[in-house]
Design a protein around this ligand. Sequence first.
Ligand SMILES: O=C(O)CCC(=O)C(=O)O
Length: 252
Amino acid sequence: MISNDFSAVKTDYNRDGYAYLPGFLSNEEIAGIKEELRRFVEQKVPEMPAGYVFYEDKNDPGTLKQLQDIQNYSPFFGDVLVGSRFEELAGVLLDDAPVARNLEYFNKPPRIGKATPAHQDGYYFMLKPCKAITMWLALEEADETNGCVRYIKGSHQKGMRPHGRTQTLGFSQGITDYSDADHSNEIFFRAKAGDLLVHDAMTIHRTDANKSDRSREALGFIYFGASAKEDLEAKAAYQQKLNEERFEKNEK
Ligand SMILES: O=C(O)CCC(=O)C(=O)O
């Protein structure tokens, strides 16, 4: 457990667009979350709508890669997202009242877990102003071989890059002009279970495919600032377009 003094973290976050908090949760806390997740996958996932559950191979339940909004299906995960130290940290870093939006589960199954394309979360969020934070909690070791998180330092201050459709389930939009220079500017974070990464909604980030024999499990937390307003029209148009594309491809 860390102390509640987040001022050093805030300095890093404001300057770089991200911050690293090693050991944010203890091993016991991580063990409790993983146990609850196993129960969740067994009991709740079968009831969840298709758009909230993604598999690398939809015919193989062992290849679960992503779950959305798990706070809505479990009081345990509701308490992880709301009224927690995560929410408190979000409020400090946002300089605004945090509005909890989404608790996600991310996995990269061994050997087949695909890369997450370079993107800025704000492109998906469609907020004015773009005031939101994402947190990424390692549930097990993440490194260069199984897809650790990579950031571009200071990119939160350089505006929104062009995004376009990707073929990655769960990450439908990626930066279209991501260059060799971007690749060489990446800062990657090896993380252990319980380590937390936080980033601004404008910060460019991505992860590689999992080439290892290990899985790569994490939780993602999204909080909007209360002063940020969603462009609901743009969101509805975007969702409609995605649905049409999925329909054309006969995808769920
Ligand atoms: O875990 C991943 O592969 C990607 C996570 C991510 O892009 C995010 O949390 O915004």
